[in-house]
Design a protein around this ligand. Structure first.
Ligand code: LLP
Length: 419
């Protein structure tokens, strides 16, 4: 366990969280190196059996140290922007293990990725393919491509993070796929290499993955008959984690259910895990500023807020809240809220929690994925520090922003200065 109580204090690996709070201050994110490595290995090992590639979804956690840790194990990257590519390159990714998804790639981003010789563009529309062909031609290159297919399966997750349904903006519909592949073959600067899908995130059953893979297999066979021979099958990310009581499948279960069909077709399997690699490898550490008892409700006002960890406010997501100093179970019901001027600014709602006092430290669990990466400066709050723990050592892997950082790049035009 990356986070456990020892002598009554919550530790990350061998470091008490209270020690980090004292030295770095709160709020901050804390990641366990060991848990990150275990997370990525849970994909790398079963994928190695089929000669597959794990491309870590950078959007889940893009801190350079975290990226370095997963790339160091042999993973590549799934990116959705030039900025993510920049980070991945800085962290030493093997660009031949980079896949680039996203419905709105710009010309500039295409150029950058082509120059970096990435493995594949996961193309989401016909217009995108035409533009990519043009850009590649201009650079005297051939763009390696997989077509993102929308397999229309229901991943049974939060509607905001379901991406494989027909009504979503992602991918190309099954019915159009053959046509698009045929046209793609006619583009001189495009090299058609693969097929891609990603059906959603925080999926806690293996069936939707198998369902989507089966739909892709039958499409791959139809394409084969048309003379389109593919090398890569990328089934995206999406395996969920336990936030509360979910029982998601292990990556090995998903992989073993489809590996024979993959092998039979001579395909290389690619997966793009994010959350399941880093989600439970991180916590968000915050401090109780005030205990506020109102007639109707008890509020723990903490120094962390929705700008630091958006998931509760945005998706009504559940994150367990633990006290850093272990406490007797008690039965107060409270909201854990931040200092931001919005009612939606909560980290936990109507939660059974111990009785906390002013100054106590709380750990918001399962915050390693889509935590810091979704943080903003709303209410002009500097973004928090990030810390990585390895054994009994810890490292600040991103410094807390300063007030100066908040205004970097802003200028007051001279007419407003009266000069
Ligand atoms: N590949 C593609 C093309 C994706 O769109 C995503 C996530 C992934 C891989 C990684 O999925 P994962 O293994 O992490 O489930 N902000 C939301 C999650 C959005 C996920 C978007 N796409 C949240 O906090 O729940």
């Amino acid at each position: 366990m990356a986070f456990s109580y020892r002598d009554g204090v919550l530790h990350c690996e061998d470091v008490p969280l209270s020690e980090i709070a004292e030295r770095v201050g709160t709020p901050c994110y804390i990641y366990s190196y060991k848990a990150i490595v275990e997370g990525i290995r849970s994909y790398l090992l079963p994928l190695a059996e089929v000669g597959g590639i794990a491309c870590f979804a950078v959007k889940a956690n893009s801190n350079l140290a975290v990226l370095r840790a997963v790339f160091g194990e042999g993973a590549g990257a799934d990116i959705v922007s030039g900025g993510e590519l920049f980070r991945a390159v800085r962290a030493g990714v093997d660009t031949q293990k980079v896949v680039f998804a996203g419905v709105g790639k710009t010309e500039k981003e295409m150029e950058y990725a082509l120059r970096m010789n990435i493995l594949m563009f996961n193309v989401e529309s016909w217009q995108e393919l035409e533009l990519l062909n043009e850009v590649a031609g201009r650079l005297g290159k051939k763009a390696p491509v997989a077509i993102r297919i929308n397999p229309d399966v229901d991943p049974e997750t939060h509607p905001y993070i379901a991406t494989g349904l027909k009504k979503s903006k992602f991918g190309i519909d099954m019915e159009e796929a053959e046509e698009v592949y045929k046209k793609a073959l006619s583009l001189t600067n495009i090299e058609v290499l693969g097929i891609h899908c990603h059906i959603g995130s925080q999926i806690t059953k293996k069936e939707p993955f198998i369902d989507a893979a089966e739909r892709l297999f039958s499409l791959i066979d139809r394409l084969n008959a048309l003379g389109v021979n593919l090398k890569y099958m990328d089934i995206g990310g999406g395996i969920g984690i336990r936030y509360k009581d979910e029982e998601p499948p292990a990556p090995s279960e998903v992989i073993s259910s489809i590996k024979d069909e993959v092998k039979k077709r001579g395909l290389t399997l690619i997966m793009e895990p994010g959350r399941s690699v880093v989600g439970n490898a991180g916590v968000f550490l915050t401090k109780v500023l005030y205990v506020k008892k109102k007639a109707e409700k008890l509020f723990y006002v903490v120094d962390g807020a929705m700008n630091d960890l958006a998931r509760p406010a945005l998706y009504n997501a559940y994150h367990e809240v633990k006290s850093v100093v272990q406490k007797e179970d008690s039965s107060v019901i409270a909201d854990v809220v931040g200092p931001i001027c919005e009612t939606g600014d909560f980290l936990a709602k109507d939660r059974k929690l111990p009785e906390f006092e002013k100054g106590e430290l709380l750990a918001v669990m399962g915050a390693g994925a889509y935590g810091f990466t979704m943080a903003s400066n709303y209410n002009s709050r500097p973004r928090v520090a990030e810390v990585m723990v390895r054994g009994n050592e810890w490292f600040v892997v991103r410094e807390r922003e300063s007030y100066e950082d908040l205004i970097r790049g802003e200028k007051i035009p001279s007419f407003l200065l009266g000069v």
